[in-house]
Design a protein around this ligand. Structure first.
Ligand code: NI
Length: 168
């Protein structure tokens, strides 16, 4: 296992659109272990997407079960080729990102989503999610499409906040 280097804004590679995963093999599983180790290294993040470590494939890990303030969740999720198939409601919430270490921002996201994704064996699953877990998934899927939360701010002046220490 290895901790991988995180691409940091304004690295232009963060704008790249990622390709679907087609091979669910040993090499993918080894990469998933490295991606998880990277997520947990340093300031453990609630999510990470493969393009953040320079692998431009549609792979996301999300786990909001360890939040200081508990939120509804489905535990630790490895999401391959994730697709949001239904949206409902809107909410503003604060987001951070391993690729934008010095800032947090207020972003509007759907409140509830229905999500479809494959697991590391290639099997398809569906989840209904709400609140912060739904937000985290939307944030990570954005990475797969070359978007950062910075691209979603309504106003850079009012919705962007500098931080001194990265916290979950
Ligand atoms: Ni991020």
């Amino acid at each position: 296992m290895a901790v991988l280097d995180i691409l940091v804004y304004p690295d232009p590679r963060l704008k790249q659109v990622s390709e679907p995963v087609t091979r669910f093999d040993e090499e993918l599983h080894r990469f998933l272990e490295d991606l998880e180790e990277t997520r947990l290294a340093g300031p453990a993040a609630v999510g990470i997407a493969a393009p953040q470590v320079g692998r431009f494939q549609r792979i996301v890990i999300v786990d909001v079960s360890k939040m200081r303030k508990p939120v509804p969740n489905h535990g630790h999720l490895i999401l391959i080729n994730p697709e949001i198939i239904e949206w409902e409601g809107f909410a503003v919430g604060r987001e951070g990102c391993l690729s934008v270490p010095d800032y947090t921002g207020n972003v509007i996201r759907a409140e509830r989503i229905r999500l479809q994704a494959q697991d590391p064996q290639g099997e398809l699953h569906t989840w209904d999610m709400e609140g912060f877990e739904a937000r985290a998934v939307q944030h990570e899927i954005d990475h797969l499409d070359g978007l950062l939360f910075l691209d979603r701010l309504v106003s850079r002046r009012n919705d962007l906040f500098r931080r001194k220490v990265y916290r979950k």
